[in-house]
Design a protein around this ligand. Structure first.
Ligand code: TRP
Ligand code: SF4
Length: 404
């Protein structure tokens, strides 16, 4: 079967923190929107992850999931192209998490940087729980169950993808070789037939003994071009070719895309926990009020004092929203005290008001038709479950558990 999406699956998730802000939009969502047209994409709302820290009061979870979904759709995530779903609607994640927990050394989890960092930072919650320690492994299950190749995430998540790679490697090492692997591989090689059987053996020898990369490529092509092979035999032949056994769980990679730095109103990174955000669907009057009060270069105490854009968070917004001419006007006007800060902010107010107005317009349809949203999630979760089940069956088989 051919796939319309070369380059492997993409998977990412987001915690349901409630309404998303412009930092989420420019930092992640716009990138996802682009990716959905280039790859097969799975995007999910990580409601179980939210419980790993917010277990004391989950009462607003449904509302938060709902808001995030609306923000996703307003941003342009397209349920006709990407698979959008909610983690807890795909319980297969939990089974894989459990199975992976059997082979994950405690030290791997204790060493994940966010484990100690967050325990130190978040003082008002008891994070000495089993769920919190295991949460990066739950994330590994989220990724591995879709055999995703690329995981678009921020810097803070790279260690989690690294853990995922180690976990996959360990799993494949332990279970990737069936007890009768050699026998089954031998049978699969014979089933290639005549010349191809001989060719496969030659290519394998060339790669294994002489490290010829080209032989590996040709060997893979030979296996892939044979559409009479079962999936299991194909995996055996590919694994044997490389000498690794079978990669039941392929290793994913973090996809780090350059995204703009979105400053919050106080100049720190825009973040819900700092209370310095502009929501994606904020009311226009409120956008204007907030921007007018936004922090600028403190050197400009008086209108006649010149400033330095590089020390001003408003300048970071110009980098996102303004064209070259406006940027030049702002930078020169700032350094010469030719313009005031309010003047400098005016074109941004216009751009950002236009942006939120458009996002609000697109959200309207979903706000008016809650059943539309329910259908999108139900359909996405079903699609995700099909993909998740396929992996889980192989995992169960490899671990000698019943598979349906
Ligand atoms: N842990 C991520 C966060 O806090 C969210 C997440 C959960 C995720 N599972 C994932 C991201 C899988 C990428 C892949 O932002
Ligand atoms: Fe910032 Fe613009 Fe004021 Fe300069 S003029 S300090 S760039 S808001």
């Amino acid at each position: 079967m051919s796939t319309p999406h070369p380059g492997g699956r993409v998977l990412s998730g987001m915690r349901p923190t409630g309404r998303l802000h412009l930092g989420n939009y420019h930092g992640a969502l716009r990138n996802w929107v682009r990716l959905q047209y280039e790859h097969e994409c799975f995007f999910f709302i990580a409601d179980w992850h939210m419980l790993t820290t917010g277990y004391e009061d989950p009462s607003r979870l449904p509302e938060f999931v709902h808001e995030v979904l609306i923000d996703w759709l307003s941003a342009g995530l397209n349920p006709g192209v990407a698979t959008l779903f909610v983690q807890s609607h795909v319980p297969e994640h939990a089974e894989l998490h459990l199975l992976l927990s059997m082979i994950t050394p405690l030290g791997w989890l204790e060493r994940v940087p966010s484990y100690k960092d967050q325990q130190e930072q978040i003082k008002d919650k008891d994070l000495a729980t089993y769920g919190f320690l295991g949460y990066p492994l739950l994330q590994s299950a989220d990724i591995l169950i879709y055999r995703a190749q690329h995981v678009p995430v921020g810097d803070d998540q790279v260690a989690h993808v690294e853990l995922t790679r180690e976990t996959a490697r360990r799993f494949n090492h332990l279970y990737g070789r069936e007890p009768d692997f050699e026998e089954k591989v031998e049978r699969a090689i014979k089933s290639l037939g005549g010349r191809n059987t001989t060719l496969y053996r030659q290519l394998r020898r060339k790669f294994q003994e002489a490290g010829e990369q080209q032989a590996l490529e040709r060997g893979r092509a030979l296996v892939h071009s044979n559409n009479r092979l079962t999936v299991a035999d194909r995996d055996r032949l590919l694994g044997y070719l490389e000498g690794t056994g079978i990669a039941i769980l392929p290793e994913p990679q973090a996809l780090l895309t350059e995204t703009p730095k979105v400053p919050g109103l106080d100049g720190r990174k825009m973040s819900k926990s700092y209370g310095n955000t502009i929501e994606m669907r904020e009311e226009p009057q409120s956008v204007e009020r907030k921007l007018r009060a936004m922090k600028t270069d403190p050197a400009r105490g008086r209108r006649t004092d010149p400033g330095e854009p590089e020390r001003c968070p408003v300048w970071d917004l110009h980098k996102i929203y303004s064209g070259e001419d406006t940027r030049k006007w702002a930078a020169e006007g700032c350094r010469s005290a030719g313009i005031g800060c309010l003047e400098c902010k005016q074109p941004l107010i216009e751009k950002i008001v236009a942006e939120v107005t458009e996002l609000r317009r697109r959200a309207q349809e979903y706000l008016e038709n809650p059943e539309l949203l329910r259908d999108i999630v139900a359909e996405g979760s079903e699609k995700a479950r099909d993909a998740a089940r396929a992996t889980l069956e192989e995992v169960r088989r490899a671990m000698h558990l019943r598979s349906d």
